[in-house]
Design a protein around this ligand. Structure first.
Ligand code: 1GP
Length: 253
């Protein structure tokens, strides 16, 4: 985490420079070597900043292979976004060490971390403590069901702000606001803006973003990293448009 050339360093440096980042989420259940080859080519051409690998429920054992495939075929960093401690690959560049601070499920706040602590520490991965906030996206998503925890209501900006502030003061190095993969409604810009104004650490935003315009507006509102999974699974050519929109946000936004 303290490495000058690490992923967290790159995230904070980009934030300080006012640069917005684009992370493509890869669900290892939904890819194979053929689709990965195509995805990586498009991602390199579009100059995306990061890959996230994982999901709330992964049923295949393709995570390690998926991460290695990325590492062997491009220079884009691969960051683990694990739904459970079993979703680990020591070949990744870093790990979002998620604590579900929007929920009151002790297991996802600290329980699973205790059980897996020794293995995670031995992995040698760069660990990025992340306050993970699920925001209601208008319909149950896999993350809301699996986490067994109520999401923050979409119109309760003050709850989101206070949750993010508490997470930061507890030492979280990143805040990730997620409406859940495939959310019917992505997170509103007003909520993103209020949370962004209340914290100093980089803010990751994802869930249900389908249009480049929405990605752009989220960045203008204060998101530092935009995560997109579903929309790109459905149409991988969207990568270029999304990257262009995110990277076109003026640095003083
Ligand atoms: C989910 O934020 C990510 O955890 C991405 O969501 O798949 O809806 O883009 P989508």
């Amino acid at each position: 985490m303290k490495k000058d050339n690490g992923i967290y360093h790159s995230l904070t440096t980009r934030k300080q420079q006012g640069k917005k980042s684009f992370a493509v989420l890869i669900d290892p259940d939904k890819v194979n070597e053929g689709s990965m080859e195509q995805l990586i080519k498009l991602a390199v051409d579009a100059k995306i900043d990061y890959f996230l690998v994982g999901g709330s429920l992964v049923v295949s054992d393709y995570i390690d292979e998926c991460v290695q495939y990325i590492k062997h075929n491009c220079d884009i960093p691969a960051i683990l976004f694990p739904g459970s401690p079993s979703q680990i690959s020591k070949h990744a560049d870093a790990l979002l060490y998620l604590s579900l601070i929007s929920g009151r499920n002790a297991d996802l706040l600290i329980g699973q971390h205790v059980v897996s602590a020794a293995v995670i520490k031995q992995s040698g991965l760069e660990i990025m403590p992340t306050g993970y906030m699920v925001i209601d996206g208008g319909a149950p998503t896999t993350v809301s069901y699996i986490s067994n925890a109520a999401p923050i209501p979409a119109d309760k900006n003050e709850i989101a702000v206070c949750t993010a502030m508490a997470g930061e003061m507890l030492g979280m190095k990143l805040i990730y606001m997620d409406a859940g993969s495939g959310a019917r409604r992505p997170i509103a810009e007003t909520m993103i803006a209020k949370v962004a104004a209340a914290i100093e650490v980089p803010l990751i935003v994802g869930g249900g973003i389908l249009e480049p315009e929405k990605a752009y507006l989220n960045c203008k509102a204060g998101a530092d990293v935009i995560v997109i999974g579903n929309a790109i699974e459905k149409d991988s050519s969207l990568i270029a448009e999304m990257a262009a929109a995110i990277h076109s946000v003026p640095v003083n936004s």
